[in-house]
Design a protein around this ligand. Structure first.
Ligand SMILES: Cc1cc2nc3c(=O)[nH]c(=O)nc-3n(C[C@H](O)[C@H](O)[C@H](O)COP(=O)(O)OP(=O)(O)OC[C@H]3O[C@@H](n4cnc5c(N)ncnc54)[C@H](O)[C@@H]3O)c2cc1C
Length: 867
């Protein structure tokens, strides 16, 4: 065993081996994997080995597509078979709602380049004869699905890595991790210590324990998971003989089960409601190649539905039931990336679908370690997406919820109840007593909308406009016409101070920093000139000789941004950064009467000449010391008022009382988001993400290329000079009863005109076939991960003169202007074309006419906003 290497990967499951291979492939050959026992000594060895591309997050789906495509390469390099069966698979829907879900997934697939198809239950039965098609209303076919040999695949990664020079050390538990002052890690093992620059936690079932070695409690939990293997089924053998094909994989939402052929029988796995965590606090170190006791009673309800849906399986005898543990994060996606607060400590854990995701996780993490950037939009699996609230018990409740709903639909307006409320503000009880429907915003209870007296404060979950529609509309209209108040405690807030504060922010941000008492809006870019943040920054003036800046940003990106800030702080201590989290809370007032309202609450002159648009002032509001920003995300005349939580009730009560004469209303987050749509304002994470450049995102006026050198400036200058390939647009959609939710394809009638849309190359996938085994699709296209990371690589899917040219990022109903609006990305050359009949947006399988609106529909000149 070497005593010093560049990086040590802890854990020889499929994920650790993939990370090792990808690091070596990226040129870091001086790397070592240390495994406690033998390779696959955690969850990897007893996996069912299924793989698929589909994921709720399209960016994670791209990495899954990459994983599946990698196996061929891996087999060639390693000489080790992965035991690949590329059968294709179908998701079957038993109800119209589930069919809507499939329509959505299929539509997303259109811009991801996936070759999914909506098919009938009989068409599924032709490929999986054990099912009773009467139970289903439809299905979606995905050619890039199948199963493999988990152990062979793990060894293939390991062998390929070794061929490139990586070292693998077996039977050697890592017992301790320490870091020297110069950042060198000491990886203490039972056979000695290895010194290295980087440590990667791929501890799988023990990832929590490895995290604890460095004082980090990672939000992950292992769950028991069962699948059964049947005896040989004559019908299966007959099918194989008559068609010359293997049966496909089937995922059944209603039964929460998956099933596929295994030898001459089937494998059937369940995600049962009565799920069970395994080793909820500590994972025993002596657990290895063993299985857990099966508990057939626990999965009986799922089996009952399964057998009804697939009577051909019920008749078969059960040969074996496998019960094994594997880990999940609270939302079911992996935890990948550098851990905030530590240097060069990386995670690739909670990978619940190692054989769909392991390759993509390895690629993204190795890019990140070697190049400083994952090379993909990995927000959906970034370890920084969870805050401090994701404690052991929170994780336990959320993982159980997630597991038991694995195949359930999550509607766009559905708030999941487990582990809530976690954080609340002092106004929580007041909001609930006022019939607020609360939502979870990065662990904080936040009012979404208010039900009038006599109406139940509850969402009817749906893909279509729902029971909140009329009430949100009323909140919007009252705010636009009179004045409204809403809680905005969920924004991220930071203070940056010190003698180097201005220079630090100048280097990080694209806009000029404000003068004292003023506010700017500014994006933040990474070295590649892509958007990684969007902030409001106020200059609070100078105190004790140092300038102080308040920063507001996206709640969900707090750890992500802190990690970025901390890694770039000057070493001389000239800059300090403080994240307030819920030690600073906020209320926003907006609408034409908001200025008169504020004037009643403070003794300061807040007229438009004394307190201008984009001014910042510390002042007493309702008797409490506050900071006030003269801005509003509603895009109207409005103010954001920030205070310590101890004052929030006082300020709120004062606002409500003083607001009575103006007919003040409470409005929630949904009304706020509706108002921002009619102003064409983007949101972080939907419109603004690390796959877009600032000019693509329409942030032009906040990018000051001529100011000092800032991170990403060179790339941004190039984007500006070359012209962006895409542009963010706002569209008016002729929607009827359902508005866009995000990720819908945008079609344009462009014929053969080349607007930079590229047809993705043909990859591989399984052909769909009929009951005789004859292929229905001779060749299939598949996702093309090599072009991903470049958001302009959209699929040129065709339908006559119509082509998919872009995708929706978010949208909804803009109640004040009474229009359904969508924001999204299209090729730049089309972005200013407001012609009728040029675009269509596909909502729940129906293509709706859409038209670009370049100017915002509300207050296009900003007159009202400026006051
Ligand atoms: C019953 C079952 C069915 C499944 N079916 C599927 C499926 O169909 N498709 C799919 O994609 N996934 C499936 N999975 C999930 C899949 O097994 C996991 O996603 C995958 O195994 C995760 O791999 P890993 O490398 O992260 O973790 P693990 O496999 O747990 O590997 C972690 C490794 O780290 C080592 N280690 C930990 N701590 C230390 C230390 N301190 N020092 C040295 N070594 C250490 C362990 O010994 C272990 O070998 C299934 C899992 C189960 C249990």
């Amino acid at each position: 065993m070497k005593s010093h290497v560049k990086a040590v990967v802890i854990g020889g499951g499929v994920v650790g081996c993939s990370v090792l291979y990808h690091l070596a492939r990226a040129g870091w050959t001086d790397v070592m994997l240390i495994e406690r026992s033998e390779l696959t000594s955690g969850s990897s060895w007893h996996a069912a080995g299924g793989f698929h591309t589909l994921n709720g997050d399209p960016n994670v789906a791209k990495l899954q597509a990459y994983t599946v495509q990698l196996y061929k390469e891996l087999e060639e390099i390693s000489g080790q078979s992965c035991g690949l069966h590329l059968t294709g698979g179908a998701m079957v829907a038993d109800s119209p709602e589930r069919m809507d879900f499939l329509r959505l997934a299929h539509a997303k697939g259109r811009y991801l380049g996936m070759d999914t198809e909506l098919i009938t239950p009989s068409e599924v039965k032709a490929m999986f004869p054990l099912m009773d098609e009467k139970n289903f209303v439809g299905a979606m076919w995905d050619p890039v699905e199948g199963h493999l040999d988990p152990s062979g695949t793990t060894h293939a990664y390991a062998k390929a890595a070794q061929k490139l020079g990586a070292e693998i050390v077996l039977r050697n538990p890592v017992t301790e991790l320490t870091q020297d002052a110069d950042g060198t890690w000491n990886v203490v093992t039972v056979n000695g210590t290895v010194r290295c620059e980087h440590v990667v936690n791929c501890g799988g079932l023990w990832a929590r324990e490895v995290g604890r070695m460095v004082g980090v409690e990672l939000p992950l939990l292992a769950m028991e998971h069962m699948y059964l293997l049947t005896e040989d089924i004559p019908e299966v053998m007959e099918f194989n003989k008559s068609t010359g094909r293997e049966m496909i994989g089937v995922m059944d939402f209603k039964g929460e089960i998956y099933t596929r052929q295994e030898r001459n029988g089937v494998l059937l796995g369940t995600y049962e409601k009565a799920c069970k965590p395994w080793s909820p606090v500590n994972t025993p170190w002596d657990f290895g190649h063993e299985l857990l006791q099966p508990d057939i009673d626990r999965i009986a309800p799922s089996l009952e539905v399964g057998f009804r849906h697939f009577p051909g399986i019920e008749k078969a005898g059960i040969k074996q039931i496998i019960n094994g543990p594997f880990t999940f994060a609270p939302d079911g996606n992996p935890l990948v990336g550098p851990v905030q607060g530590l240097t060069n400590f990386w995670c690739a854990c909670a990978v619940m679908a190692g054989f769909s995701q392991g390759g993509g996780v390895g690629l993204a993490l190795s890019n990140w370690m070697v190049n400083g950037d994952p090379g993909f939009d990995v927000w959906g699996m970034d370890v920084a997406r969870f805050g401090e609230w994701a404690t052991l018990r929170y994780t336990n409740a959320k993982v159980r919820e997630n597991y038991s709903r694995r195949f359930s639909i999550r509607f766009p307006n559905e708030e999941l109840p487990a582990a809530r409320p976690a954080q609340t503000t002092p106004l929580y009880d007041t909001m609930v007593s006022q019939n607020a429907v609360m939502g979870d915003s990065w662990g904080l209870e936040t009012p979404l909308w208010f039900a009038p007296e006599g109406t139940e404060p509850k969402d009817d979950v749906s893909y279509r406009r729902s029971n909140d529609f009329v009430h949100v509309g009323n909140e919007v209209r009252a705010t636009r016409e009179r004045v409204g108040v809403t809680e905005i405690a969920n924004f991220a807030k930071y203070e940056v101070s010190g003698s180097g504060a201005r220079a630090f922010l100048d280097r990080l941000m694209t806009n000029r920093m404000p003068k004292p008492g003023r506010i700017v809006l500014t994006p933040m870019l990474n070295e590649f000139g892509k958007l990684i943040g969007d902030f409001t920054i106020a200059n609070m003036g100078t105190k004790s000789g140092s300038e102080r800046f308040m920063i507001w940003g996206s709640a969900a990106a707090q750890k992500y941004h802190m990690r970025w800030f901390e890694a770039r702080l000057p070493k001389d201590g000239s800059v300090s950064i403080h994240r307030f989290d819920q030690t600073l809370v906020g209320l926003a007032i907006a609408g034409p009467n908001s200025q008169a309202l504020l004037a009643k609450l403070t003794d300061v002159d807040v007229s438009s000449s004394a307190f201008r648009f984009m001014d910042f002032r510390e002042m007493a509001v309702g008797g409490a010391p506050c900071m006030v920003n003269r801005i509003s995300y509603t895009g109207d005349l409005g103010y954001e008022i920030w205070m310590q939580p101890a004052y929030e009730r006082l300020v709120y009560a004062a606002i409500k009382q003083a607001g009575e004469e103006f007919g003040i209303v409470d409005f929630g987050m949904r009304a706020l988001l509706s108002t921002r749509l009619e102003k064409n304002f983007p949101t972080w994470y939907r419109e603004l993400r690390p796959i877009y450049g600032p000019f693509e995102g329409g942030m032009d006026r906040f990018i000051k290329l001529e100011k000092n050198d800032f991170i990403g400036r060179e790339a941004a200058a190039k984007e500006f000079a070359d012209g962006p390939k895409l542009r963010r647009v706002s569209m008016i959609v002729d929607a009827v009863d359902a508005d866009v939710m995000g990720d819908e394809p945008i079609w344009a009638k462009i014929g053969d005109t080349d607007y930079g849309t590229v047809d993705k190359p043909h990859g591989y996938g399984a052909p769909r076939f009929d009951s005789t085994g004859a292929a229905i699709q001779a060749t299939v296209k598949s996702p093309s991960p090599e072009t991903d990371g470049d958001a302009s690589a959209v699929l040129g899917l065709r339908d006559g003169d119509w082509r998919v040219v872009g995708w929706v990022t978010s949208g909804g109903y803009a109640h004040y202007v009474e229009k359904s609006l969508a924001q999204g990305y299209v090729p730049a050359a089309l972005a200013d074309d407001e012609s009728e009949g040029l675009f269509e947006v596909e909502i729940l399988g129906k293509r709706c006419k859409a038209r670009i609106n370049v100017e915002p529909l509300f207050d296009p000149t900003g007159e009202k906003m400026r006051g």
